[in-house]
Design a protein around this ligand. Structure first.
Ligand code: ACO
Length: 336
């Protein structure tokens, strides 16, 4: 059986930095509240007049990942694109990336699993490589949140958290046993689907019963709704469970973790996990302070930065873990 390994990573974030003080100028919020509750100091927002979209940011990250992986774009067998903020409701961003990278007719698919999207995408790619069907797969997580948030005081508990950006990984076939992606673990629990949700743009006329039950109400149909405290409570439990599940599946202990990269949901969630597992600061990577929560992009951006900063070395045990809307959650255990 084959295994897959991450041969190259890349990231792209828009240049435009939006600080907490910048947000305080347009809504009733303040730097102290945001930092205390989330750890976020600033985030990046696309500017209306630049060329950044979810797909184009994904392409920028992908080009770096391809170059680092030394894989030619024409050797990509599959594109997996994770996002909750696609440029079009349909088609997905995967086919846009294929066109922009000028890759002929390889399959492209979008994963719609929000904060867990990159881990779901990685898992899909890993299975295709393990079965021998494909050799090289491009996995992208990218988000343009700023285009779809309510930046009035009404939306402040959601809009201060999220930021824009993209990360990408090139997975390639490896024949070295015990190396690369050791396992992935995925879960979802649809009963909490509406606790962190955004109605589709064409739902108004065909699912009145959903609209009736939808906590977003009819008056604010197209902004995300988040039951923050409920999400927080579930996140800390599921993060812990799925990290342990990954370790146990590989006969590893918490002490074997060289680097834990949690989805950058909220610094308080990461700190809770770090404390629970008694991991030292150098074993947990956080950059939410700079970028906010970039959902599907957060893990590949963090993984890229950790690698660029020399914090991940060959042979290290790297654990990725995410939780988010759905609810969905997952982990990946990697021998780097
Ligand atoms: N600035 C100032 N005040 C605010 C803001 C803001 N941006 N947002 C809300 N408030 C106010 C509220 O109106 C409320 O005021 P009130 O007491 O007068 O009614 C008060 O602050 C407390 O509001 P809560 O929503 O109860 O604040 P909480 O302490 O729960 O913090 C937060 C909100 C940060 C969203 C928190 O619940 C949280 O972190 N939840 C986890 C969810 C998460 O991380 N989501 C990320 C996306 S999901 C994912 O990636 C896993």
């Amino acid at each position: 059986m084959y295994t897959s390994r991450i041969a190259g990573m890349g990231k792209y974030v828009p240049e435009n930095i939006v600080t907490n003080d910048d947000l305080a100028e347009i809504m009733d919020t303040n730097d102290a509240w945001i930092q205390e509750r989330t750890g976020i100091q600033e985030r990046r927002h696309i500017k209306k007049d630049d060329d950044n979209t979810t797909a184009t940011m994904g392409v920028k990250a992908a080009k770096i990942a391809l170059e680092r992986a030394q894989v030619d774009k024409d050797d990509i067998d599959l594109i997996v694109f994770a996002t909750l903020s696609p440029d079009y409701y349909f088609p997905g961003c995967g086919v846009q990336v294929q066109e922009m990278l000028d890759i002929k007719t390889c399959p492209a698919l979008d994963v719609r699993n929000q904060c867990s999207g990159f881990i779901y995408g990685l898992s899909v790619a890993d299975q295709f490589i393990k079965t021998g069907m494909y050799k090289n797969i491009l996995v992208i997580g990218s988000e343009n949140h700023s285009g779809g948030l309510d930046f009035s005081t009404r939306g402040r508990s959601v809009s201060v958290i999220f930021g824009d950006g993209a990360g990408a990984a090139v997975l390639t076939r490896s024949d070295k046993d015990g190396h690369g992606i050791l396992s992935t673990h995925l879960h979802s629990e649809g009963q909490h689907a509406l606790e962190l949700s955004l109605r589709g743009p064409s739902t108004d006329y065909w699912v009145p019963e959903i609209i009736e039950e939808n906590p977003q109400g009819d008056d604010i149909p197209y902004y995300p709704y988040m039951n923050g405290q409920f999400v927080f409570k579930n996140a800390v439990v599921r993060f812990s469970e799925v990290i342990m599940e990954g370790l146990q599946a590989n006969n590893l202990q918490v002490s074997d973790i060289d680097m834990l990269i949690p989805h950058q949901a909220n610094l308080r969630i990461s700190q809770f996990i770090q404390k629970k597992f008694q991991l030292s600061d150098d074993k947990v990577y956080n950059n939410i302070q700079k970028y906010g929560n970039t959902t599907a992009a957060s893990i590949p951006i963090a993984l890229t930065e950790a690698w660029e900063e020399g914090k991940i070395k060959e042979g290290d045990t790297v654990v990725l873990a995410a939780f988010g809307s759905g609810f969905t959650w997952g982990s990946a255990v990697i021998n780097w």
